[in-house]
Design a protein around this ligand. Structure first.
Ligand SMILES: Nc1ncnc2c1ncn2[C@@H]1O[C@H](COP(=O)(O)OP(=O)(O)OP(=O)(O)O)[C@@H](O)[C@H]1O
Ligand SMILES: [Mg+2]
Length: 280
């Protein structure tokens, strides 16, 4: 695995015809290092979902290159792209997208079945245990809370041990307390498993769990900062909804991760967003 499992080089995405088209991504070059947790923010329509879809091979860029684990997605045909996506990429949506007739463990096993692999009970249970739901394996989505359903969706995205986990507003449909469980889980996956996580969010509190924030406007990265930029003097989130970064503990340091206690604060993120809006 490379140190940067996700790389985008001069990616442009234009929807519609060149003349009347919408440029959703405008010459974007960005990469994501292994074991880091990045929050992608920006106004509605700034290209956040398009960035995730192009990076995840769900959509093809108009121009430029997307490289996942050293493989350029551009030349891949549909079948090869689908296979790569199933194996290397996990994707979590705001609306969970679980199959309601299937139990939690059957939902988690689904990507393996789609890949033609007979799921082993142990790996499915391990994925559910990772998200703290080992005891809910036989429950259907309707019997789980929103936060639990999203955690099943995360287990499903992780069961193939992907190089990167993308999440598009994963807490958008959740209340504050259940959001916190999901965000702590994503933080933990980066810290303890070295999982690369890229999350779109509108919420500065959610973004404060990340170690890096990208701010988008009009299909470009217009600001970028990390926990290290925030410095040790930054308020390490006084609010109870914050990441509680000391809990991440020593040894958590994935690449680019700031020392415990120097996390991004929701206040800092909100201030940078406000500065962006003022300059637009
Ligand atoms: N399938 C599509 N066809 C045409 N235009 C599209 C399509 N998908 C997105 N767009 C346009 O591309 C731009 C970027 O859209 P995108 O969904 O990436 O924004 P976003 O930052 O995720 O917004 P939001 O915060 O509202 O989810 C918008 O102007 C949008 O209208
Ligand atoms: Mg979006």
């Amino acid at each position: 695995m490379t140190d940067e499992p996700v790389q985008l080089w001069s990616v442009r995405k234009v929807y519609g015809s060149a003349a009347g088209g919408v440029t959703a991504l405008d010459d974007m070059t960005v990469s994501f290092r292994a074991g880091t947790f990045t929050a992608v923010m920006g106004p509605s329509g700034s290209g956040k979902s398009t960035l995730l879809h192009c990076a995840a091979g769900l959509d093809r860029p108009t121009d430029g290159k997307v490289i996942i684990d050293g493989t350029d997605l551009g030349p891949l045909g549909e079948t090869a792209l689908t296979l790569l996506r199933r194996k290397r990429i996990g994707f979590v949506f705001q609306a969970f997208n679980l199959v309601s007739a299937l139990t939690a463990e059957q939902n988690v096993a689904l990507p393996l079945r789609l890949a033609g692999v007979r799921p082993r009970g142990s790996e499915v249970r391990a994925a559910l245990a990772e998200v703290g739901l080992a005891d809910r394996a036989r429950h259907r989505p309707g019997e789980l809370s929103g936060g639990e359903q999203q955690r099943v969706a995360i287990a499903r995205a992780l069961v193939t041990r992907p190089s990167v986990l993308f999440a598009d507003e994963p807490t958008g449909a959740l209340d504050r307390a259940t959001s916190r469980d999901v965000l702590r889980l994503l933080r933990d996956l980066a810290d303890r498993q070295g999982q690369t996580v890229v999350m779109v969010t509108h919420d500065p509190v959610a973004a404060s769990y990340a170690d890096r924030v990208l701010l988008l406007a009009d299909g470009r990265v217009v600001d970028e900062f990390t926990a290290a930029d925030a410095g040790p003097g930054s308020p390490a989130s006084g609010s109870d909804a914050g990441p509680g970064s000391p809990g991440s503990g020593p040894g958590s340091g994935g690449a680019g991760r700031a020392p415990a206690g120097a996390g991004l604060s929701p206040e800092l993120i909100a201030a940078r967003m406000a500065a962006l809006e003022a300059s637009c």
